[in-house]
Design a protein around this ligand. Sequence first.
Ligand SMILES: C[S@@+](CC[C@H](N)C(=O)[O-])C[C@H]1O[C@@H](n2cnc3c(N)ncnc32)[C@H](O)[C@@H]1O
Length: 250
Amino acid sequence: MSIDTATGNEAPAELSSKRVKDIFSHIANRYEKFNAISSFGAYKLWVAGMMKQAPISNNDDVLDIAGGTGEITFAVAKTKHPAHIQCTDLVPEMLEVAKAHYAAGAAGSVPVHFEVVDAQDIPYENNSYDTVTVAYGIRNMPQREQALSEMYRVLKPGGSLVCLEFSTPPNKVWRGLYHFYLNHLIPFWGGLITKDKKGFVYLSSSIKAFPDQEGLAKLMEQAGFVDVTWKNYTGGIAAVHVAKKPEAIN
Ligand SMILES: C[S@@+](CC[C@H](N)C(=O)[O-])C[C@H]1O[C@@H](n2cnc3c(N)ncnc32)[C@H](O)[C@@H]1O
C-alpha cells in the first residue's frame, strides 16, 4: 500500500516521492537551520537520547537510512565509534552536504561511505548490517511497510533498528498546545525565517498524519521486528523506537 505522506490517505507513491525530492533538494543547504528552528533546538537533545538508546558497539557495521546531511551518522560515529557507517539518502543534494561535513572531519576516524538509496528498495544483501538507524525518515516514505521490511531484510539476525521520529504527546493539554504550534506557528515563523513556507507546511501536515507511538510499533511488528520499545522525548513530541530482528533459529 502507498499513501500521501501529507494526509495519510491512499495515493500513488510517486506523489509523495516527488514532493519529498523537491523539498529536500531545494532546502539541502539550509536544512540544518530549518531543523533547529522547527524544534526550538530540541533536535540535539533528541539525537542524544537516540544515541543513549542505540545498542551499537565498536565492531558494528551501521546503515543510516534517510541520513540527509549526516546528523545521525556523525552522532553515531562520535558516540559509538563503530567499524563502519553506510550513510544513505534518496536526495543527492542532502548527501553532498553530509560529504562536505565528512571531509571536514565530522566522523573522526570512523570510515563512512555515502550512497543514494531509496529506503523502500535497499540495494544491499540480506543480513548485512548490525544496526539500522533512521531519523525523521519513515514519515516521509509513502510505502512504509515496504521500507520497514527492507530495513528488516538487510539487518543481521539479532540486529536492531533505531528510529527517531516526531510522534504524539499522550497528554491532552500538551498535545493541544503542540498542534496549535504545528498548525499556526511553524508555517508562519518557519516560512518567515527561511523564506520556505512550503517545507514547513508539509512538515506540520506530515507529522499530524503520522501514526502515534503504538501505531509505529505495530508497523514494525508487522515487518517482523520483535521486542519493540519506545521512549518519549519532550512529552512525546518525539519518540525513539528500538526494535530487534530475532536471532537466527538453528
Ligand atoms: C527530515 S530529513 C532527516 C535527515 C537526517 N536523518 C536527520 O536526522 O537530520 C528526511 C530525509 O529523508 C530522506 N528521504 C525521504 N524519503 C526517503 C526514501 N524513500 N528513502 C531514503 N531517504 C528518504 C529525505 O531526502 C531527507 O534527507
